[in-house]
Write a protein that binds this ligand. Structure first.
Ligand SMILES: Cc1cc2nc3c(=O)[nH]c(=O)nc-3n(C[C@H](O)[C@H](O)[C@H](O)COP(=O)(O)OP(=O)(O)OC[C@H]3O[C@@H](n4cnc5c(N)ncnc54)[C@H](O)[C@@H]3O)c2cc1C
Length: 436
């Protein structure tokens, strides 16, 4: 008879320290088998040189080094999650499976299927809150309905917050409870049909000095004024508890951004219809343009609007785009070009290192004016004024558009004033009867 094991399933929490679910698993008293599953149904839609897949792979290798150092090993599986569990259950005597909560609709469905499969075999499947401070129904209005406006949500968030919520889970102190086994090979990127592009990923920490000037510097894309921690929050290579504690000690504006992240996670949880349509369904009636030449110019950074083009080129070249510029390019696509926000959101999803369904969807719907607590649709960003305010010396623009002053740089594909007028007409037509 084999020794029974607990499986800890890593997902958006790729770290050994301060990991809630991992802490629970390591406390149970059985050897813990750490598992990661590369899910072909997610991977198949990604390009061969996807940087996020390389990031995950690199992170798993770093975890593996620590685990092998203590006589254990990760089990990395490349299979549909249900099939992966069928095989794991055939190979081991599994008593419990533990993971952390994942709020995305696809993950919810997947977890439901796994839970039911395991339950049929008498195996428990438990998940824990790890990637946010508050989740689901924890911050709701007094009448128990979810907030749809950020400011009152954030006030309630702060009122409900206590320091104990940032206490770390001592998972790294229990790592001797991982299963003892010979080191196993981690599947290579090429075996999954991916290749590694030379990418330097942002550091896993942010200095207090940067956070102290965050409020003043964060809106200027030429400055190094934001944390660049998006990818680490997305894959859980840092703990939100640790980061919130640091924010509390340094900068409230930074804390507010972390609360925006939880706000959008909460919105996705309560209103999953936002994945495929506008938060305010009336906005689904907007007659979007299908002008492919405009979409292509936007994707390639050739719209003739330097701040937009610089942003799009930065995104494609590095996988990152500054928040101020994300707002400008998203507004430009949806308002100036009248192209469906979903096309823009899909393009971001393909390129952003920090792509996160909830934040991306929230950001796009905010820019298009169709989301919860969105900018009103009649407020159309003027890219020229945004440039004067946030990149006056053109330092950011020139970094990404070296040919700015040459004849090769394209003329604007639409005229700002004309595009603005048309946008207001098209939105107004779709929203007839909507009170502003
Ligand atoms: C159209 C659009 C699309 C976006 N898509 C994403 C996305 O896919 N993934 C993503 O994490 N953020 C997204 N954002 C929000 C924001 O632009 C990024 O979080 C931020 O630019 C990441 O850089 P940073 O880590 O240096 O941020 P910092 O300014 O250092 O902020 C720290 C962290 O707070 C969170 N955060 C900051 N601003 C927001 C915000 N407005 N909404 C939600 N979370 C926030 C992020 O986790 C971020 O890493 C989007 C914004 C817009 C306007």
């Amino acid at each position: 008879m084999q020794t029974p094991v607990t499986i800890f399933w890593f997902r958006r929490d790729l770290r050994l320290d301060d990991n809630h679910g991992l802490f629970k698993a390591l406390q149970l008293g059985l050897p813990v088998l750490p598992v990661f599953i590369f899910d072909p149904s997610i991977l198949q839609s990604l390009p061969k040189n996807d940087r996020r897949v390389a990031f995950i792979h690199e992170t798993l290798n770093a975890l593996q080094q620590v685990l092998v150092g203590i006589g254990s090993s990760l089990e990395v599986v490349y299979d549909a999650p249900l099939v992966a569990f069928q095989k794991l259950c055939a190979q081991y005597t599994v008593q419990h499976v533990i993971a952390n909560h994942d709020y995305e609709p696809y993950a919810q469905e997947r977890d439901k299927a796994i839970k039911s499969y395991l339950a049929d075999r008498g195996i428990s499947f438990e998940t824990f809150k790890d990637q946010v401070i508050f989740e689901k129904n924890e911050i709701v209005k007094d009448d128990t309905t979810p907030y749809t406006v950020f400011t009152p949500y954030s006030k309630k968030w702060k009122a409900a917050f206590t320091k104990s919520l940032t206490h770390p889970f001592a998972s790294s102190a229990l790592i001797h409870n991982f299963i003892k086994t010979a080191a196993k090979e981690i599947i290579s990127l090429s075996a999954m049909n991916f290749e590694k592009e030379a990418t330097v990923f942002p550091a896993k920490h942010v200095g207090n000095e940067l956070l102290q000037t965050y409020s003043e510097e964060r809106d200027f894309p030429a400055k190094n004024g934001t944390s660049k921690l998006g990818i680490h929050l997305r894959f859980g290579t840092i703990s939100i508890r640790q980061l919130v504690a640091q924010a509390l000690a340094t900068n409230e504006t930074f804390l507010n951004e972390l609360i925006w992240r939880e706000f959008y996670q909460m919105i996705l949880w309560h209103f999953p219809h936002v994945v495929n349509g506008a938060f305010k369904p009336k906005y689904n009636a907007i007659k979007w343009s299908d002008k492919e030449t405009h979409f292509k110019a936007w994707c390639e950074g050739k719209t003739g609007y330097p701040i937009v083009d610089a942003g799009m080129r930065e995104l494609v070249a590095t996988g990152y785009m500054h928040n101020r510029v994300r707002m400008i390019v998203a507004s430009f696509l949806t308002k100036h070009l009248l192209i469906d926000w979903k096309k823009g959101a899909d393009f971001f999803a393909l390129h952003l290192l920090d792509f996160d369904l909830a934040a991306n969807n929230g950001g796009w719907q905010w820019a298009a004016g169709c989301g919860c607590d969105a900018a009103p649709y009649f407020r159309v960003f003027n890219p020229y004024i945004q440039t004067i305010k946030f990149d006056k010396e053109h330092s950011y623009i020139k970094k990404w558009i070296p040919e700015l002053d040459d004849l090769t740089y394209p003329a604007p594909i639409v005229i700002h004033e004309e595009a603005r007028k048309k946008c207001l007409e098209v939105y107004a037509k779709a929203l007839q009867g909507e009170s502003l």
